[in-house]
Design a protein around this ligand. Structure first.
Ligand SMILES: Cc1cc2nc3c(=O)[nH]c(=O)nc-3n(C[C@H](O)[C@H](O)[C@H](O)COP(=O)(O)O)c2cc1C
Length: 368
């Protein structure tokens, strides 16, 4: 019998992936004092190292970039040393790992910023509430960044990338998705600027492109990926024409020889919204020429199909990997999957983190 497409090898910018099953970036809010990665985190990632490729949870590039409690950073010496344990564990098991570098922009709370509001392209308040160590809190209106503050933030991304390499990562994924800072610059619901970072498609994509350039200069474009969610609407973010905005951005990204672009499908129904592609990866595949990782909502069959029909090169799994440390082996055996426990997604200890059973520990394996 032929190998399932998901279980075939792939050369990702020189990294030899043993399969095309990618572990999607997932915040688990279990970092230690000083937002330093812990031994338990190293164990969690080691357990999932049968993935051909792992993308770390969002890891903040600076104190200004923090939005949630207990998320790891990559801007202090202790954080770099903590991550070193994680990358060592993953490499010992023969896998590859990029750090997802993250600035949340407006999706934050004054408690992380000495009582000051978080920063954003424009003073547009997110919808809903934010998770904090003291429960859910109302979002506040962010402060619009001054033009002359922007180069410093771009340098924070570049420094985070250098730190990631120092910490033993194989590269970085720039977090340009899910309503965080880069996405806030790209989308016109949150970007109302009148300087060179707002207005036209070129201006709205400038921040993303400058971050890509700075990170590529710092560590090499072949070690740089970016995640985008063209139709994502987290915390009320929106764009009037994602086909146009992200088509324009991806055309520019064709020039950078990046390791990959990671595209997220819709996680809520967008079929009734004008200019929102319902099949994101399929739509942008015709525009972007390099390696594409696709994500969101895939199972074993739809993942195999996406590779078979050429929609994507690699498929990232979030919740399935969270609950199934040995996901590729389970796909290979067509085995039953563990269910996820949502109550332990964020924060806590080993429960719902490193205690999901491996197949060998489960009794229920589906018959072939
Ligand atoms: C607990 C949890 C934490 C997440 N944290 C992040 C994150 O830090 N960065 C990110 O880009 N996406 C994050 N996501 C989104 C996932 O990467 C993924 O896009 C989402 O789970 C959909 O994929 P799936 O259907 O395979 O689970 C998170 C998702 C979950 C469930």
């Amino acid at each position: 019998m032929n190998k399932q497409p998901l279980l075939t090898k792939y050369n990702l910018s020189g990294l030899k992936l043993s399969n095309r099953v990618v572990m999607a970036p997932m915040t688990r809010s279990r970092a230690g004092e000083g937002n330093v990665p812990t031994d338990l985190m190293a164990k969690y990632y080691r357990q999932r190292s049968s993935a051909g490729f792992i993308i770390s949870e969002g890891t903040q590039i600076s104190q200004q970039g923090i939005g949630y409690p207990w998320t790891p950073g990559i801007h202090t010496k202790d954080q770099i040393e903590g991550w070193n344990k994680v990358t060592k564990a993953v490499h010992e098991e023969g896998s590859n790992i990029f750090a997802q570098i993250w600035h949340v922009g407006r999706v934050s709370h004054p408690r992380y910023h000495n009582g000051e509001p978080p920063v954003a392209p424009s003073a547009v308040k997110p919808e809903g509430q934010i998770f904090t160590a003291n429960g859910m809190k109302e979002f506040v209106t962010p402060r619009a960044l001054q033009s002359d503050e922007i180069p410093g933030i771009i340098e924070d991304y570049a420094q985070a990338a250098r730190n990631a390499i120092k910490a033993g990562f194989d590269g970085v994924e720039i977090h340009g998705a899910n309503g965080y800072l880069i996405d806030q610059f790209l989308k016109d619901g949150t970007n109302k600027r009148s300087d060179k970072y707002g207005g036209s498609l070129q201006n709205r994509s400038r921040f993303a492109v400058e971050v890509v350039e700075a990170v590529s200069d710092a560590i090499g474009s072949d070690r740089t990926g970016i995640r985008l969610s063209p139709v994502g609407r987290n915390q009320g973010i929106s764009d009037s024409n994602p086909k146009e905005m992200f088509g324009y951005l991806l055309e520019q990204l064709n020039d950078y020889n990046l390791a990959y672009v990671h595209l997220m499908e819709a996680i809520s129904d967008v079929s009734d919204i004008d200019n929102y592609p319902t099949k994101v990866t399929e739509y942008f595949r015709n525009i972007y020429n390099g390696t594409i990782i696709t994500n969101a909502g895939y199972d074993q069959d739809s993942g195999n199909e996406a590779i078979e029909n050429g929609t994507a090169d690699l498929v990232a799994y979030g919740r399935l990997f969270l609950a199934n440390p040995d996901l590729p082996a389970r796909f290979e055996a067509n085995a039953k999957l563990n269910d996820q426990d949502k109550s332990t997604f964020y924060g806590g200890d080993e429960e719902g983190y490193t205690d999901y059973p491996f197949m060998s520990q489960s009794t229920e394996v589906a018959a072939e």
